[in-house]
Design a protein around this ligand. Structure first.
Ligand code: FMN
Length: 192
């Protein structure tokens, strides 16, 4: 099963990067198959340091902003326990991993990651349609160069009512920001 969450990784100098990531999870998080695109900061960091921390989260503001490189500031973190890495203070569960095997045959690399330490910070809040809609919109925002514009726009139209009906301010703001980001991409494309 693929679980969408947040991955922190660090470069050799210890600089922390936060990125939404959807690894394939084996068993009850015994191991993860991370699939970072070559060219991403996450990919470079994992190649460099071979460690990361994957977080199960229930809030979507950071996912939305990190997806489109609009984090105003790094979320608060504490040091990881078993790897040299960073744990997000606001998460439900976290998994510290060591990369055991790397396959860079394809543009989307595959990295087998062993979970070497796991912890919990707070209970999962619950399922919410608006939060899931924001995750879908965030994925669309990272794929504007791959998916036809009409498909992106009709998907956003389908997602919008769930955000309006079932979300709170964080979900509405995140969805609006993603919509603006996508619109700006097309404005930029038209004027290029
Ligand atoms: C929910 C979600 C899941 C994602 N999963 C992946 C993934 O598995 N692999 C990947 O390369 N990018 C994935 N992305 C896109 C990256 O988060 C996005 O390209 C990001 O800008 C990469 O950041 P980085 O350059 O800081 O590593 C995902 C985005 C979202 C919103």
């Amino acid at each position: 099963m693929i679980v969408e969450g947040l991955l922190t990784s660090t470069n050799a100098d210890g600089k922390i990067n936060v990125a939404p990531m959807g690894p394939i999870v084996r068993g009850d998080f015994e191991s993860l198959l991370l699939r970072p695109f070559r060219g991403s900061t996450t990919y470079a960091n994992l190649i460099e340091t071979r460690t990361a921390v994957f977080h199960v989260v229930d809030r979507v503001g950071v996912i939305a902003r990190a997806a489109v490189s609009r984090l105003d500031r790094l979320p608060d973190t504490v040091a990881a326990t078993a790897v040299s890495g960073a744990v997000l203070v606001d998460c439900c569960r976290w998994f510290e991993v060591k990369i055991r095997d790397v396959d860079i045959t394809n543009e989307r690399s595959e990295m087998q990651a062993e979970v070497v330490y796991a912890g919990q910070r707070r209970p999962y809040f619950g399922l919410n349609r608006a939060r899931h809609a924001v995750i879908e919109a965030a994925i669309l925002a990272t794929r504007v160069h791959l998916v036809p514009r009409d498909e992106i726009e009709s998907a956003l139209q389908m997602l919008a009512p769930a955000v309006a009906r079932t979300g709170g301010p964080e979900e509405t703001d995140a969805f609006d920001m993603l919509q603006r980001h996508i619109e700006l991409h097309y404005v930029g494309e038209a004027s290029a």
